[in-house]
Design a protein around this ligand. Sequence first.
Ligand SMILES: [Cu+2]
Length: 227
Amino acid sequence: MLVAAGCTPQSVTEEGRAVYGLYNLFLYIAAVVFVVVSGLVIWSVIRYRRRDDELPKQTHGNNRLELTWTLIPTVIVLVLFVFTMQAQNKVLDQSGDADVNITATAFQWSWRFAYEGTGAEVVGSPESIPEMVVPVGQTIRVKLLSADVVHSFYVPQTLFKRQAIPGTENLFDLTFEKTGLFHGQCTQFCGLQHPDMVFRVRVVSQGEYQSWLAAETRRGAAGQPGT
Ligand SMILES: [Cu+2]
């Protein structure tokens, strides 16, 4: 369990940190439950192993015991529920203004990233992987759409995934805390070329972002296709 949990990526966004904390809370509680339950099972196997033909003392109906094993899981689930709600509210909080607004459209079989208020847009294809370029430390508000069937926007290192549903707008914020290139993938089977629906998020400094945006906007104004 601990080795598998080691595969959880560290979050690269502010929002993802809340999810990361939640993952850890689930892991710690699950670890305690695992140790207690398997400890008791092993203890029973040894303590009540067959030594003669006599059965050990049999107990039928014990209200205190039944109440205990009903209450403990109920309390655990309630605690996890409250912490999950808190983390979810933090991840989905959109009270502040966004610095960059991007409309991400999923289609069979790639992605289109349009930068609101500018002419810049990035359109991918199965042969050319699109890159969503964003500035570090700024709030990126993504409006997620689908042009045809249900897709899913997933960047593992943000610990966040959202479906792109035809006729529905899904809004979410991503605030990247460090620069780098992060892999993204459609995670909803959407047709034969579903595995080609990869994309990348390139997080750059504010200055690099401004010059990239200016170049893309010029390209758009000149009627040339986006990169
Ligand atoms: Cu897809």
